[in-house]
Every structure is written in structure tokens, then in C-alpha cells.
Ligand binder design. Structure first.
Ligand SMILES: *Cc1c(COP(=O)(O)O)cnc(C)c1O
Length: 244
């Protein structure tokens, strides 16, 4: 795919290229340190506020997964993503009344934290003859006003979602609290990993713990060392976000 880019965009692409190789190198080192191969780790780029031309440039470098946060932004960019070469996921908070707008457009919804939302995903998927993969978002820091199910309620939610048609649970995701120390950060990631392993050992219908999605620009290497196999990196790849 060739696109005409402005001078500003070309300059940004230069940065994106350097950042992309730096991140993949860091992922590779962290994977190795934790006894895995770089191919075991999925690098998803968080693309909110990023123009499709720049996203597509990153895809041309080898990026395979992109994730959007907001339904409206996703829809407005949808026709311009290079989805022949990358896979689009939804990673933000999703309102039940917007589910139908993205079913069939995204390969996974990473942020399911209630039966109400799961029921609607199930309903809309069935209507479209599809099965939608989801991750369960865990509020691992027990923060008020933050989405995600509490760890102790995770099991029950997963079992109940597994019983629905048109929806498969593929793992867990989290956005831990902002931490002052790396040590504190590791504690949240380690707790997520324990939960992930615990649920992996149970045999629920339509549930497979394939993905543990955690780690962003400032902590993706720590997340991998704690057992993440999917990281979601935005600003480290694309630069500071400019909200227009
Ligand atoms: C924006 C976002 C990211 C990436 O954040 P950065 O700190 O820019 O890497 C990851 N996950 C979610 C859910 C996001 O909204």
C-alpha cells in the first residue's frame, strides 16, 4: 500500500521506525529472559489519536496487531486501516449500546468486565453469525472508578460468559494503577499472572487462557518478565499523543 505522506508525517515515520525496532528488540530480550521466544509475545500497538497513514506505516514494518479505544474513532478510521496485513482489536471501555457498531469489525474485544456487556456481545455476534473473542478486564489495583472485574469475581464471570453462545473467552487483560516504584508495579503483574494460571487450570466451556494482555509504554518489559504474552504499546511507538 503506497500513500502520499506530508513532510510532517514522513518525519514521524522516521521516529516510528526507530521506535518499532527498539520495542521489538526489548520485547525479544524480555521474552528470552523469561524463558520464552519473541514469537511467544504479541506486540499490539495502541493506536488512539494516531492517523491511519502512520498506523499503516508501522504495519509495513511488520506490526501485526492494532487496538483502538473509542468506537467513534475506530469507525472514522476503519476504511483506512491496512487490515489485509494487520488485525484490529478493541481495547477501551465499551458501552453496551455501542457493541453492535463494532461486532465483525474487530477480531477481539479486550475489555469485557460484566455480564451485561457479554450478553450484548453474544446477542450481536449470534445475529451476525459470528463468534467474538474477548478478554476479561481485571481491575487488579481495586481502583474505584476504573473498569474491570475484581479478581475474586473473575472466576464466576468467566464461567457465566463461557456458557453464552457467540462469545469465547481468550484470556485476561489489565491496566494496573500508576505506580511509584517498579516493585509495586511487579506486584500487580504478578497477581495477574497468578490469576491467569489459576483460571487456566479450570476447565470452563468456551474458555481458553491464551492471552495475558498487560504492559504499556512504561512497563511492557516488566509485564513480560511477569508472564504477559501480549503488550499494548502506544506512545513509546508513536510519540506523545496529540488530542485534536
Ligand atoms: C492507550 C492505551 C495503551 C497504551 O498506552 P501507552 O502508555 O501510550 O503505551 C494501552 N492499553 C490501553 C487500554 C490504552 O488505552
Amino acid at each position: 500500500m503506497t500513500e502520499r505522506l506530508s513532510t510532517e508525517q514522513l518525519r514521524l515515520c522516521d521516529d516510528v521506525r526507530k521506535n518499532y525496532y527498539e520495542i521489538t528488540e526489548n520485547i525479544s530480550k524480555a521474552a528470552e529472559k523469561s524463558g520464552r521466544a519473541s514469537s511467544d509475545i504479541t506486540f499490539l500497538a495502541a493506536t488512539k489519536t494516531v492517523e491511519p497513514e502512520i498506523i499503516n506505516y508501522a504495519i509495513s514494518l511488520g506490526l501485526k496487531k492494532i487496538g483502538e479505544n473509542r468506537v467513534q474513532e475506530l469507525l472514522s478510521k476503519y476504511d483506512r486501516y491496512d487490515l489485509e496485513n494487520a488485525d484490529l482489536q478493541f481495547i477501551g471501555h465499551l458501552q453496551t449500546n455501542k457493541v453492535r457498531q463494532i461486532i465483525g469489525k474487530v477480531s477481539m474485544i479486550q475489555s469485557v468486565d460484566s455480564m451485561k456487556l457479554a450478553n450484548e456481545i453474544s446477542k450481536q455476534s449470534i445475529k451476525n453469525g459470528l463468534t467474538t473473542d474477548v478478554l476479561i478486564e481485571v481491575n487488579i489495583g481495586r481502583e474505584e472508578n476504573k473498569s474491570g472485574v475484581l479478581a475474586e469475581n473473575c472466576d464466576e464471570l468467566i464461567e457465566n460468559i463461557g456458557a453464552l453462545e457467540g462469545i469465547n473467552v481468550k484470556g485476561l487483560m489489565c491496566v494496573p494503577p500508576i505506580c511509584d516504584t517498579k516493585q509495586e508495579n511487579f506486584k500487580f503483574f504478578d497477581n495477574m499472572y497468578k490469576l491467569f494460571i489459576d483460571i487456566s487450570s479450570k476447565k470452563y466451556d468456551n474458555v481458553s487462557m491464551d492471552f495475558l494482555s498487560m504492559g504499556m509504554s512504561d512497563d511492557y518489559t516488566e509485564a513480560i518478565l511477569s508472564g504477559a504474552n501480549m503488550v499494548r504499546v502506544g506512545s513509546r511507538l508513536f510519540g506523545a499523543r496529540i488530542y485534536r
